[in-house]
Design a binder for this molecule. Sequence first.
Ligand SMILES: [Zn+2]
Length: 84
Amino acid sequence: MKITTKAFDHEIQCPTCDFNYTHIKRADIQDGHDNSWHGIGGYRGDVAVIKMYCENGHLFNINIGEHKGNCFISLEPKGDISDL
Ligand SMILES: [Zn+2]
């Protein structure tokens, strides 16, 4: 997938319920040390993790991970807000 430079080309939907009313909680960088130490998605390199939630109460992450010279993006369901 090629991500465009236009701001509104790629709307994010919740991976659990597909609702498009989503919000950003915070973002972190997890060091992979070329050995998948963070345990996120099998990526060997560092991963940028954007923590999100949808207005139906589902938590999920957007992960941008490095792996052998390439970067990949994926959504990871993380349960419900009521689980916190
Ligand atoms: Zn949802």
